[in-house]
Structures are given as structure tokens and as C-alpha cells.
Design a protein around this ligand. Structure first.
Ligand SMILES: *[C@@H]1O[C@H](CO)[C@@H](O)[C@H](O)[C@H]1NC(C)=O
Ligand SMILES: *[C@@H]1O[C@H](CO)[C@@H](O)[C@H](O)[C@H]1NC(C)=O
Ligand SMILES: *[C@@H]1O[C@H](CO)[C@@H](O)[C@H](O)[C@H]1NC(C)=O
Ligand SMILES: *[C@@H]1O[C@H](CO)[C@@H](O)[C@H](O)[C@H]1NC(C)=O
Ligand SMILES: *[C@@H]1O[C@H](CO)[C@@H](O)[C@H](O)[C@H]1NC(C)=O
Length: 405
């Protein structure tokens, strides 16, 4: 399963040992699929505010399509150079470098300027290293960032089917990725879009949805604001957590989580991260254990690291409810399970029922005790607000659906 969260530099990890830090991101899944597959290597005031943005920004917030690729990652088309070459880049809130070259090679044009720096980023799954350039980056027609620092991946692993990453995490995550300028931060596309006046505030709106085909362009990214047509009700905001290491990312506290009416999964306020680059929903091992035990017959399938649920238990699946910012965000049975008709494309045996909630690989208490990944965001609209240092979630038309195996 993909986890593109940037591994934090040791220098940042003042509150945890590097051993425990590395294990947070060792996503406990083995490769699921044949190498030819894209899955190889798996693994309101706010409305007023939105209206303000729409009225006062030249061009206004810009919404672009995003594609749910192979059910396990979201990509968006980004142009680099002039004339631009277009790349399908993974949308990653868990890392902050933007790079190309893992599929379609970097095509240099008259706008490409070598910075003299090497770049090297290690992710929860995979890595890339290469050379750092300044270039023109087209996020949408007419939405063109100049002088954006991007990587050209020359060696890399685990990017099958995609051309790189557009990193929309906090800029701190770029620390230590350049060489020789190891202390230099690399302004992100959001940072540059703001400084170049393309957006009025650093807000990213993310709309994902369950895929109905292998490469389903069912998502939308809004740079510089939120799109009120993509959610229902109000957005609930919660501050970025002050608990580390989650606080280096788009980290939030979940107040509690329950499964059904009888099972406590997360007993007290706990920090974790919201990460579009992680496919699953991962819970600290002790939290996950409570969840697993509450589903009769559920167990971990050792060959995939995914939870399996006996057929007779599927109709008994209860809501998994997370309280965030005082609002309950519920994952219904459909949200918790991998549609069985997708098993083959996930590289899974055809007749078993798998789940999308899994374990982190470490117990709770380490300052990053869950990852709310893509499968949660397929149900809820998400807002990543750098300027107000907060994350928002809202219900959508597809928050609740019925699961029919
Ligand atoms: C990139 O970083 C990794 C982990 O720190 C290291 O093992 C690798 O040698 C580095 N690669 C390059 C090309 O600098
Ligand atoms: C281009 O970006 C680099 C770093 O990303 C910065 O050092 C430089 O001053 C910028 N140049 C211009 C003309 O904005
Ligand atoms: C997925 O669909 C998008 C939009 O049609 C397209 O640009 C992209 O090339 C497709 N990706 C793959 C891997 O087929
Ligand atoms: C979980 O959320 C669902 C959907 O909002 C709700 O019907 C249910 O009562 C909640 N369960 C608990 C225990 O809060
Ligand atoms: C967030 O969770 C951490 C534990 O992960 C806790 O120490 C901290 O007090 C919580 N913060 C809030 C504001 O509840």
C-alpha cells in the first residue's frame, strides 16, 4: 500500500527515537501484485470566506480534476516547462517536494534552470533521488507558477504508473532533501502560488470519491480555496496538532473513536496525520486490536497485511466513528471494506473480503498514532489550510453508501 509521507529528518525527531520514527512509516504490507501492474510497489464563515476568495482573487480559486488510479492513489496532471510536458503526479499531503521523471522523463525547455543541487527524498514506500531544477509549473490552464523548484528523479523506487509527486504538505518536510544546501527549505507549489499572487490564501480543497473504474477521474483539487459544490453542510475545522511528530505534517487530534455502540477504539485525544498519499486508514496497533476484535472472525491476512472479514460478518459491520473537532465522521461498512469486485485489481485473492483499516506497526503513545488516508477522504471533503494552520472535513453526497458484496 502506498505511503508517500516523507520520512522526517533525524534532526527534526527530537521527541522520538529514530528507531520508533522509522517504524511509524514502515507500512506493514508486502507487494501485492505482479510487476506489470500499476499496483506493483504497493503496497462556513467558511462560505463567506470562500465567497471572499472568489471575489477578490484574480482568477479566484482554481479547481482541477484528480484521478483515482488503480483504486489506491490519486493523481493530477501537472505541466512542467514551456511548452509544458504534462505529468501524472500523485497528490501528496504527506510530503512537500514536487518532482517528475519516474514515468515520463523530465523534458527540459528554455525555462528549465539547474540549481546545482542534488535532491533525495525517502517515503513511507519508495524513494527518489536526482537533480533539482527551477522551472515553470502549470497546475491548470492559466494557473502557472514560475521559478518552482522541482526534482528530476534519476533513480527511484515504487512509482509504477505515475510520473512523480506534487507535494502539498508543510514546507518543513523539504528540510534536508537538498545537497549541498541541506538546511534550505524548498518553497512548495502552494507557497509559490501565494507569493506569486495566483492565490490569496494557502488553502487546498480536496474532493475524492470511491472509484468505479481503474482510472476514475472522480476527484477535484481546489488550489487557493474550497469549492462549496463538493460538500454538504458545514466544514468542521480542527487545528494542526501541537503534538510531534504528527505536527510536522497535516497532523490533527482525534478526540475519540468508536466501533459500533460497544467498542472504544481510540479512548482519548490522540494525534495522527491526514495523508492523501497513504491508501489505507492506519491505527496504532493497540487501537487496531480493539477494532479487529470487535468484528467476529476478522483477522490479519499475513500475506497482505490487510484485514479479512468472514462473509457472515460483513452484514454485521458497525460504523467506525472518529470524533474530530467536535463532529463525528463515520466510516460505514462500505467505507471500511474493499469492494470485493476490486480484489483482482488490488492483486488480492478473488473470494476474500478485505478491509481498508489496518495497523500502523507501533503501539499508541508516540505522537503519530493514526493515518487518515485516501480511503477516508473518498468519503469526506478535506481542507488543508496553511494560513490558519488547520484541517477541515465535511460530509459529501457519497459519505454514506450501501455495501453489496
Ligand atoms: C538518499 O538517502 C538515503 C537515506 O538517507 C540514502 O540511503 C541514499 O544513499 C541517498 N541517496 C543519494 C543518491 O544520496
Ligand atoms: C527562485 O526560487 C529560488 C528558490 O526556490 C530563490 O532562491 C530565487 O530567489 C527565486 N528567483 C526569483 C527570480 O524569484
Ligand atoms: C488516467 O486518466 C487521466 C485523465 O483521463 C489521464 O490523463 C491519465 O493519463 C490516465 N492515467 C493512466 C495511467 O492511464
Ligand atoms: C456513528 O455514526 C453514525 C452515523 O452518523 C451514527 O448513526 C451512530 O449513532 C454513531 N455511533 C456512535 C456509537 O456514536
Ligand atoms: C493530542 O494528542 C496527544 C496525544 O497524541 C496529546 O498529548 C495532546 O494533549 C492532544 N492535544 C489536544 C489539544 O487534545
Amino acid at each position: 500500500m502506498h505511503s508517500f509521507s516523507a520520512l522526517l529528518r533525524a534532526v527534526l525527531l527530537v521527541t522520538v527515537t529514530s528507531a520508533s520514527a522509522s517504524s511509524f512509516f514502515r507500512i506493514p504490507l508486502t507487494k501485492l501484485t505482479p510487476p506489470s501492474s500499476y499496483l506493483a510497489g504497493l503496497p462556513d464563515a467558511d462560505r463567506t470566506r470562500a465567497a471572499f476568495l472568489k471575489n477578490f482573487v484574480s482568477g479566484g480559486p482554481t479547481t482541477v480534476p484528480a484521478s483515482n488510479l488503480a483504486y489506491v492513489q490519486y493523481t493530477t496532471s501537472v505541466g512542467v516547462g514551456s511548452p509544458p510536458t504534462y505529468y501524472n503526479l500523485v497528490v501528496d499531503t504527506g510530503s512537500s517536494n514536487t518532482f517528475v521523471g519516474t514515468g515520463t522523463k523530465y523534458v527540459q525547455t528554455s525555462t528549465s534552470i539547474f540549481t546545482g543541487e542534488d535532491v533525495n527524498v525517502t517515503y513511507g514506500s519508495g524513494y527518489f533521488s536526482g537533480l533539482e531544477y527551477l522551472d515553470q509549473v502549470t497546475l491548470a490552464p492559466g494557473f502557472v507558477i514560475t521559478n518552482q523548484s522541482i526534482g528530476d528523479a534519476l533513480s527511484y523506487a515504487d512509482f509504477e504508473g505515475v510520473d512523480g509527486i506534487v507535494g502539498v504538505g508543510p514546507v518543513i518536510l523539504t528540510e534536508g532533501t537538498l545537497s549541498p544546501s541541506t538546511n534550505e527549505l524548498i518553497p512548495t507549489v502552494m507557497n509559490n502560488a501565494l507569493s506569486q499572487g495566483l492565490i490569496a490564501e494557502q488553502i487546498l480543497g480536496v474532493s475524492f470519491a470511491p472509484a468505479t473504474s481503474y482510472n476514475d477521474t472522480n476527484g477535484a483539487l481546489t488550489y487557493g480555496g474550497i469549492d462549496s459544490s463538493l460538500y454538504t453542510g458545514e466544514i468542521t475545522y480542527t487545528p494542526v496538532t501541537a503534538t510531534y511528530p504528527a505536527g510536522y505534517y497535516w497532523g490533527v487530534n482525534v478526540t475519540d473513536a468508536t466501533y459500533g455502540s460497544a467498542t472504544t477504539v481510540i479512548p482519548k485525544s490522540t494525534a495522527g496525520i491526514v495523508d492523501t498519499g497513504t491508501t489505507l486508514v492506519l491505527l496504532a496497533d493497540d487501537f487496531f486490536e480493539s477494532y479487529l476484535r470487535a468484528i467476529p472472525g476478522a483477522k490479519i491476512d499475513p500475506s497482505t497485511g490487510l484485514m479479512t472479514v468472514p462473509t457472515k460478518s460483513v452484514s454485521e459491520i458497525q460504523p467506525l466513528n472518529f470524533t474530530i473537532g467536535g463532529t463525528v465522521f463515520s466510516m460505514d461498512a462500505a467505507a471500511q471494506l474493499i469492494p470485493i469486485d476490486q480484489n483482482t485489481e488490488w492483486g488480492l485473492p478473488a473470494n476474500k473480503q478485505y478491509g481498508v483499516v489496518s495497523y500502523l506497526g507501533t503501539n499508541s503513545g508516540e505522537g503519530l498514532d493514526f493515518i487518515i488516508g485516501q480511503k477516508f477522504m473518498e468519503k469526506y471533503y478535506a481542507v488543508f489550510d496553511t494560513d490558519s494552520n488547520r484541517v477541515g472535513f465535511a460530509y459529501t453526497e457519497h459519505t454514506f453508501t450501501t455495501y453489496t458484496p
